[in-house]
Design a protein around this ligand. Sequence first.
Ligand SMILES: Cc1cc2nc3c(=O)[nH]c(=O)nc-3n(C[C@H](O)[C@H](O)[C@H](O)COP(=O)(O)OP(=O)(O)OC[C@H]3O[C@@H](n4cnc5c(N)ncnc54)[C@H](O)[C@@H]3O)c2cc1C
Length: 435
Amino acid sequence: MAAAYFLARAGVAVTIFERQATLGGVVRHVIPSFRISDEAIEKDVSFLKKLGVTICCGAAAPSVDELKGAGYTHILFATGAWQAGRLEIPGDVAGVIGWMQGVKSGAIGVGGNVAVVGGGNTAMDAARLAKRSGAQRVTIVYRRTKKYMPAEEHELELAMADGVEFAELAAPVRQQDGTLTCEKMVLGEPDETGRRSPVGTGEFFDIPCDLVISAVGEQVDSALLQANGIETDRRGRPAFQTNLPGVYAAGDARRGPATVVEGIADAAAFAREVTGRDHTYEIPAAARVTAAEASARKGILCAKAPCEGDRCLQCSTVCENCVDSCPNRANVSVTLSDGRRQILHIDRLCNECGNCTAFCPYDSAPSRDKFTLFACAEDLADSKNAGAVFLDERRVLVRTFGEPREYDLLGVNDLPSELETLLLTVKKRYAYLLV
Ligand SMILES: Cc1cc2nc3c(=O)[nH]c(=O)nc-3n(C[C@H](O)[C@H](O)[C@H](O)COP(=O)(O)OP(=O)(O)OC[C@H]3O[C@@H](n4cnc5c(N)ncnc54)[C@H](O)[C@@H]3O)c2cc1C
């Protein structure tokens, strides 16, 4: 729909082929109405109609060869990622998209106890839909702990507010006779995503469950793409510009489960390919800011060519001045397992010379503001910095706000996940900093 919009606006003739009876994809047919209204979707459809887009609903799209034969010069596969992720357990298991679509359309009734397996935003929506549609008890089952769930914090809170329960550190094994049996997991070392990997314990427990919804990552319908001669990678995903001339892929069909805004970005890129130019906007002169004004406002020193045009919201490479300027090496740049860098202040190496504050482009004093590694509990008590002391192989004493608290770093704890990852990384890869 976004691609059709961008192209129609540029004066290009566009046809949408949609196998369902109405346009709107996942947003219309799957995402519950309490998240987005049908009216909002219908508004976008009527906009396309007014722009003169031809809409053919109710049948699968013709093949690439047929479309090319009919004179289409550019073809975009925006067919989504509707195939259920595999949850290979015996029992009553439904794929999340098909189940949500059935519930939304009224074709599937909901009752009894429901378990949703997965920890993403889709799992949260499915659980809320189950709860609001009449399920007695709804449990989200996840192999790690809540804080490692890919779902946004806000979505998690909404699910909790709707009365959804959570079974953390649980790997489903089988559903049978109204029960889901799960293996109890523990958290191991962080993997390349920066999250701690779940490890089985060999112990099992049961959750009341009549139906399991599998929300473990939907997949692209690679068979459809391959049937048209489009090459895919080992995950069944095509490139934006496919191996076929004039044939492109966008949104979930290209990326796997993603977001609406990423689909729209692909659509804009496709429109650029077709028209050969960017869409230009009339921006009022008053809204234009020079680079000098912008950097004066932000106090950022970065003007590196490779960053041009990119957003710098979380760019940690903008500045590590406090690391470079410290004569005692009391500020260390710690590389996390996902490649991001975090500055750690080392209390025992700092003689408070003030260099880092002088060189800091922000209104900050790194020796006081950076998370700090202390040599012992007494040093932590003497300071006001947020920081940690490694007490032994497992235990850390951490102060974020208020009083210091002891945590079991290797077990289940309620440390914020970013902080836990930092501490585990220091323990594993920067042990020389510990005394
Ligand atoms: C439960 C849930 C909640 C979500 N919440 C959010 C959210 O809050 N914010 C957000 O940004 N994203 C959210 N998403 C993700 C978002 O919905 C998707 O990223 C987005 O819909 C992808 O758009 P798309 O056009 O690429 O694919 P889709 O929306 O999947 O549309 C693909 C369309 O292609 C049609 N199609 C498939 N094969 C054919 C064929 N052979 N012929 C003709 N038509 C075909 C399908 O019927 C479908 O209409 C959510 C996803 C789910 C499942």
